[in-house]
Ligand binder design. Structure first.
Ligand SMILES: C[S@@+](CC[C@H](N)C(=O)[O-])C[C@H]1O[C@@H](n2cnc3c(N)ncnc32)[C@H](O)[C@@H]1O
Length: 447
């Protein structure tokens, strides 16, 4: 019988790659203060969509400013990619700084958020569409109150009414849906979804789709404060139509400000893909180079932390409502998406660590292959604890990037008032300046 080898962190080859002193490195070293609160960091469209694992907008802003100031990238000739784009923090900051940008992510909600948060919408057109949607929601939400609303009811489309009733019946009979949503909320979400899917797919519809997916968690029984959804029996009941209307109204108000702060000529786009897929990443980069007549001058990215649980199941309530939004989800099924996501939790064996670093090796090899000579790859990465021992993940990243051919030009550690929740505090970074403590690092590599 095979004897299972015991896991010893000190013998792990990736851990061993972190065993050097930062003082031995000849690059520039800085300390960045990022002491703003979450609400101070959530300006403009950063606030559109709650996304777990965001990095502070100020970090994205500071990195891009650094690259421009140091003449590393030229706005006229270069574009930037975030290959772990998440909800588009880098892309929003790139647009504000006047730099073309592209995001890659494996989470369709992240890709949708990137696309909507960076687009300059015609607000009067959006408001007109919103008047129509709002009218429909009001009508079908009140369809049973015939005495009060008989004049409105006359305009009810029987086919749509039946569609909504049938779908509501089907979902209310589904125990998984009933576990997470009340009958009333299911019916209201069916009304919103039906109304959105009646519209042709367009950039405009994406705006309202994002608002729809943004409220799912809030109107469910899931705890608001936890990352992974768990039922909270005491949660206050919320009205889904009201929550959606509030969300869209806020988004519309912000869009005016966003349009004044940005220039519509500055391009931004996002793609659903695994960053470890060389052909797909190379095709996207080549297509963007061709279209924009620009080079890939820099990559700014923030991989999930080692020992940080996978993100896709965090969005499982939203995925329950995703059927029919084909343009957003492309051809990948939930299971394919889940399988392509980088896995890094729980870290209690060599295989888990290997999987994490092999994925990153492939993702940054793709970056190396596609970046122009002299281009930069900036990685924001924090340390973690494995079996109560410090793993200086950022140092292993330095070794990995050097093995790929990059040179480390500069690094910064950062402070933060952000992300020090219970989970982060115990397992990730405590962000002190003490030697031998967990650190959050910003690494600037040059090709
Ligand atoms: C730490 S988050 C990035 C958050 C982002 N910086 C932001 O501010 O929203 C890491 C991201 O990596 C994405 N991811 C995981 N596996 C991936 C893969 N194989 N290809 C592309 N993205 C992936 C996750 O979906 C998640 O959005």
């Amino acid at each position: 019988m095979a004897v299972k080898k015991l896991f010893d962190l000190h013998e792990n080859i990736y851990y061993q790659k972190s065993q050097f002193e930062i003082s031995e490195l000849e690059c520039e070293k800085e300390f960045w203060n990022v002491d703003e609160t979450i609400s101070e960091l959530a300006y403009l469209t950063h606030d559109y969509f709650r996304y777990y694992g965001k990095f502070p907008s100020k970090v994205g802003k500071m990195i891009l400013e650094d690259l421009i100031k140091g003449n590393v990238i030229d706005k006229e000739k270069d574009f930037v990619i975030d290959n772990y784009a998440g909800s588009g923090t880098t892309l929003v900051e790139a647009k504000l700084a006047g730099i073309d940008s592209v995001g890659l992510d494996i989470n369709p909600f992240a890709v949708l958020a990137c696309r909507v948060k960076t687009y300059n919408y015609d607000v009067s057109k959006l408001r007109k569409t919103w008047n129509h949607i709002h009218g429909e929601l009001f009508k079908y939400n009140n369809v049973d109150k015939e005495d009060l609303l008989s004049c409105v009811i006359q305009e009810v489309d029987d086919k749509k009414k039946r569609r909504i009733e049938e779908k509501t019946r089907e979902l209310v009979a589904n125990t998984e849906f009933l576990k997470w949503f009340s009958d009333k909320v299911i019916q209201q979400l069916v009304i919103i979804k039906d109304t959105l899917l009646e519209m042709d797919y367009s950039k405009e519809r994406e705006f309202f789709d994002l608002g729809f997916f943004a409220i799912i968690r809030r109107v469910s029984y899931a705890h608001d404060a936890e990352v992974r959804p768990h039922v909270n029996k005491k949660k206050r009941k919320r009205d889904a139509i009201e929550a959606f209307s509030k969300k869209i109204t806020e988004m519309l108000d912000t869009m005016d400000e966003w349009n004044s702060a940005t220039c519509s000529q500055v391009y931004s786009n996002a793609y659903l893909t695994s960053n470890a897929d060389l052909d797909r990443v190379t095709n996207i980069v080549n297509q963007e180079k061709e279209l924009r007549k620009k080079e890939l001058g820099a990559v700014v990215s923030h991989p999930p932390y080692l020992n940080c649980f996978d993100y896709i199941p965090v969005y499982k309530l939203k995925f329950m409502w995703a059927e029919g939004f084909e343009e957003i989800f492309g051809e990948m099924s939930y299971d394919q998406i889940k399988k392509s996501e980088i896995k890094s939790y729980p870290v209690n064996n060599d295989e888990a660590i290997e999987r994490y670093f092999v994925h990153n090796y492939n993702a940054y090899r793709n970056v190396y292959n596609n970046l122009r000579d002299g281009g930069y790859c900036c990685i924001v990465i924090g340390d973690c604890t494995v079996k109560k021992e410090l793993f200086s993940v950022h140092k292993s990243f330095i070794t990995m990037m050097q093995e790929l051919g990059f040179s480390l030009e500069k690094m910064a550690y950062r402070s933060t008032a952000y992300g020090t929740g219970r989970y982060a505090y115990n397992f990730r970074a405590d962000y002190s300046e003490k030697k031998d403590s967990k650190q959050d690092a910003i690494l600037f590599f040059k090709k």
